[in-house]
Design a protein around this ligand. Structure first.
Ligand SMILES: *[C@@H]1O[C@H](CO)[C@@H](O)[C@H](O)[C@H]1NC(C)=O
Ligand SMILES: *[C@@H]1O[C@H](CO)[C@@H](O)[C@H](O)[C@H]1NC(C)=O
Length: 288
């Protein structure tokens, strides 16, 4: 789909023409302008003139929001401060997804824990409706004390999950080896806070303590630099003045950071779970 790329000269000129206007839009990060609250019946709140968004969860409901725009490739940054104290059983999700059964999806899920026990960062990538590519990590800081930046990079080369600018996971484009890669379904940004105490914490052993409800997670500085998909127009244009992310590949320093995280903080990798895949590990697992 060449029309979806931002690389052609026409788009680039359009881009320059719009750059001064778009700059203010793409870097302002105002939740009133950028997202719709989609569920939670008042439990999701936009505060501080649009600079802050809080999601809450109690026994009757969680809450969530989604971006107004859809993207076909992008770099999405968001700062999140996770539920403090006893967050066991709760999950805060932050992901990109397209619609339908054969959808593509790129997931961050933050699995809560008892006070003092570590949060788990759960990640997954779906291509054409197929997931089962979970990798999980601990963090090198307490994500409930402060805001930290969680980013998703999605370009034609790879999908990368970042925590405070450090890559924790890469999903490469291996179309040349016949594997599906997300590239022709536009995605929105979604976030939600919900109860998943049937599986989230120690595999479901630790339940949500509702006496601690409501649980609250906070979000700020959503910065979506992406190729905005105009539905119906079957084309997209980059909404950022600066699309270096579109061509970004790992340099050796990034690879070193990625290895550091994977050696020290990764606690689950589907690619090493031979019991789960008795028929053989997924093909990408044997490729570098
Ligand atoms: C919660 O803490 C326990 C004990 O340290 C740990 O095994 C587990 O991985 C932590 N996270 C989750 C989400 O279960
Ligand atoms: C473009 O992005 C790069 C990397 O994120 C950054 O270092 C650079 O300052 C940006 N340039 C402009 C003009 O915003």
């Amino acid at each position: 789909m060449a029309s979806s790329l931002c690389s052609n000269a026409g788009n680039f000129l359009l881009f320059l023409a719009l750059a001064s206007h778009l700059a203010s839009v793409s870097f302002a990060g105002n939740f009133y302008q950028d997202v719709d609250i989609t569920w939670g019946d008042g439990r999701a709140k936009i505060l501080n003139n649009g600079e802050l968004l809080t999601l809450s969860l109690d026994k009757s409901s969680g809450s969530g929001f989604q971006s107004k725009k859809e993207y076909l490739y992008g770099k999405i940054d968001m700062q999140i401060k996770l539920v403090s104290g006893n967050s066991a059983g709760t999950v805060a999700a932050y992901y990109l997804s397209s619609q339908g059964a054969a959808h593509d999806e790129i997931d961050f899920e933050f699995l809560g824990n008892l006070s003092g026990d570590p949060y788990v960062v759960h990640t997954n990538v779906y291509t054409q409706g197929k997931g089962n590519r979970e990798m999980q990590f601990y963090l090198w800081f307490d994500p409930t004390m402060d805001f930290h930046t969680y980013s998703l990079l999605w370009n034609p080369k790879h999908v990368v999950f970042y925590v405070d600018g450090t890559p924790i996971r890469e999903f490469k484009n291996r179309e040349s080896a016949g594997m599906a890669y997300p590239k022709n379904q536009a995605m929105k940004v979604y976030s939600s806070l919900w109860n998943a105490d049937d599986w989230a914490t120690r595999g479901g052993l630790v339940k949500t303590d509702w006496s601690k409800a409501p649980f609250t997670a906070s979000f700020r500085n959503l910065n979506a630099m992406g190729c905005v998909w105009a539905s119906g127009a079957s084309s997209s244009s980059c909404s950022s003045v600066n699309n270096t992310w579109m061509w970004q590949e790992f340099d050796s320093a990034s690879l070193q950071r990625l290895r550091w995280v994977q050696e020290n903080y990764m606690i689950y990798n589907y690619c090493t779970d031979v019991k789960r895949f008795p028929q053989g590990l997924p093909p990408e697992c044997s490729m570098s």
